[in-house]
Design a protein around this ligand. Structure first.
Ligand SMILES: [Zn+2]
Length: 91
């Protein structure tokens, strides 16, 4: 078995705000702990609570592949932290 992202796949952030477009994100191949929605070019990962509290929407957020990203909203609480959504900078 390949390594899985921790916990259930989170709802896509877009789906959270548009109840008619609810869908879940999928684990991103090659990046354990990262989820992706290819439809919305959105990513999510779990960060520690203290880290999450220091991140606001629009803040710079380093991406899983080292490129520049921008933090979006916070998602569900998980046993090991909080889901945070992010997308590539400039998209
Ligand atoms: Zn989506």
């Amino acid at each position: 078995m390949e390594q899985q992202s921790s916990g259930p796949n989170p709802l896509c952030e877009v789906g959270k705000t548009h109840s008619r477009d609810r869908h879940r994100m999928r684990p991103l191949d090659g990046y354990p702990g990262v989820w992706v929605c290819t439809k919305h070019d959105l990513f999510a990962t779990v960060v520690e609570k203290e880290t999450a509290e220091s991140i606001d929407r629009g803040d710079a957020f380093p991406m899983h592949d080292g490129s520049e990203g921008v933090a979006s909203r916070h998602g569900d609480e998980r046993p090991n932290g909080i889901v945070i959504y992010y997308r590539a900078a400039g998209s």
